[in-house]
Design a protein around this ligand. Structure first.
Ligand code: MG
Length: 443
């Protein structure tokens, strides 16, 4: 597997494609892109973190950056702290939900959000050219161990519901031994909950594959049932994504994280919502219920965050469990997600399964196939022409909205593959939609 370089950063297998030299170069390039400036540096809990963090620190200092180290911190903590502290950028050593032998670098700009695609491209070009800003007397690095606590406090300060129904509520938290271990229990306790914390040591030795999807969360479901808990929350290693298990120990599906969070926010403060084109129609249903517009963006949290900023959205995110609360930061944040979902439970007095039952149930299908970029372009054009009556959205691949469901066909930016995401009321209808679109494209 080669080094993966995309708008969301750099990822590779440690010691093979991701070495200290690679981290050093990308950090030098990032410091050069920022022209020096004040930068936050953090890492998730992986064992390779200190090594790569040291390399990244050297690169930032060489470029003349004034670096503040947060140590092990969640990506959303870094996004929050960059914005609140008026920093010029943030660098997080993390491979997000990739397995333990991986690591990577995520870059945040001065708004605390992922780089714009154009900036990300510039970063890659600077690294390739190797022409870095260099200073002979770098500023001395500082440490700030309290950013996580301030992040928790900001989430608490944003609470709107009466929390008394949460008093003593049992909640199981699975932090997968990642960066969420340190501050998330503090948030839950402060919200009044009784926390049962599993995979709670920030060792980076993941107790299960770290992507918070159904097949990896059987243990959380069992722990919820065993504890008689009201809800289970699962974070990925850098704690930007959040998945939920209901009081019966059932995984409710990642798409429901953003839907439940949106529901609470819109019930309090109706306003525009942003979500990417591959996010469930649940968001459109909520938009209709609360008479607010839902703005669709290309895939990638940077696109969602920037649309939120531009349009004054009250909430936004991505269907993969990524909730962005603009009052906290313009980055996906599991702490915001946890707080908003618990507040919805407190406000309605309903269990997670009752809340889910009040939303429509859809079936989502995700497929990917190998296809070279030229052929992919022809396919997209064929689909757009064949389904012109559906007013195709072509800002990121092509998305078609039919009365019964939708299909989003999108070429990858990093690999010669095309992804198809579709959603309908049931498996048969959804499969038929995919088949119609594939037939039109000759796929
Ligand atoms: Mg992540």
């Amino acid at each position: 597997m080669s080094l993966m370089v995309s708008v969301s950063g750099v990822r590779g297998v440690v010691g093979q494609t991701l070495t200290p030299a690679v981290a050093l170069e990308f950090a030098q390039a990032f410091g050069t892109l920022l022209g020096g400036g004040r930068v936050l540096l953090a890492r998730d809990s992986r064992p390779s973190g200190p090594m790569l963090e040291a390399a990244a620190l050297a690169g930032l200092l060489a470029a003349g950056c004034a670096v503040t180290r947060l140590g092990i911190a969640m990506t959303p903590t870094v996004g929050f702290a960059v914005r609140r502290g008026g920093f010029d950028g943030g660098l997080v050593v993390t491979a997000s939900h990739n397995p333990g032998q991986w690591n990577g670098l995520k870059f945040l700009d001065r708004t605390g959000t992922a780089l714009e695609p154009q900036q990300a491209r510039q970063l890659v070009e600077l690294r390739a050219a190797g022409s870095f800003r260099i200073v002979s007397e770098p500023p001395q690095p500082r440490d700030d161990p309290d950013a996580g606590q301030r992040h928790v406090q900001a989430v608490l300060d944003a609470v709107e519901a009466d929390l008394s129904p949460l008093k003593g509520l049992r909640v199981v938290l699975d932090s997968v031994n990642g960066a969420g271990c340190l501050d998330t229990p503090r948030l839950l306790s402060a919200l009044g909950c009784q926390v049962i914390h599993v995979n709670s040591d920030p060792t980076g030795r993941f107790a299960h594959p770290p992507e918070p999807v159904a097949e990896n969360l059987a243990g959380l479901g069992a722990a919820v049932k065993e504890a008689g808990a009201a809800v289970g929350f699962a974070q990925d290693p850098d704690a930007d994504r959040l998945a939920i298990v209901d009081e019966r120990g059932r995984y409710i599906g990642e798409e429901y994280t953003l839907a439940l969070a949106c529901w609470f926010v819109l019930s309090r403060r109706p306003g525009p919502v942003a979500a990417n084109l591959s996010t469930s129609r649940l968001i459109d249903d909520l938009g209709r219920r609360f008479s607010v517009p839902v703005l669709r963006t290309p895939v990638g949290e940077s696109h969602v965050a920037r649309r939120m900023l531009a349009e004054g959205c009250v909430i936004g995110g991505e269907g993969n469990g990524g909730v962005i609360d603009p009052r906290i930061g313009y980055v996906r944040d599991s702490l915001s997600g946890i707080s908003l979902v618990l507040q919805l439970m407190a406000q309605t007095g309903k269990s997670v399964s009752q809340l889910v039952a009040e939303l429509p149930r859809y079936t989502m299908v995700k497929e990917k196939m190998e296809l070279d970029p030229a052929r992919a372009k022809d396919c997209l054009e064929a689909i757009t022409a064949r389904f012109a009556a559906c007013s195709p959205n072509t800002v990121d691949g092509v998305r078609l909205d039919f009365p019964e469901g939708w299909v989003h066909v999108r070429p990858s930016n990093t690999e010669p593959i095309v992804r198809i995401v579709a959603e309908g009321p049931d498996a048969v209808t959804t499969a038929n939609l995919v088949a119609r679109v594939r037939a039109a494209a000759g796929l």
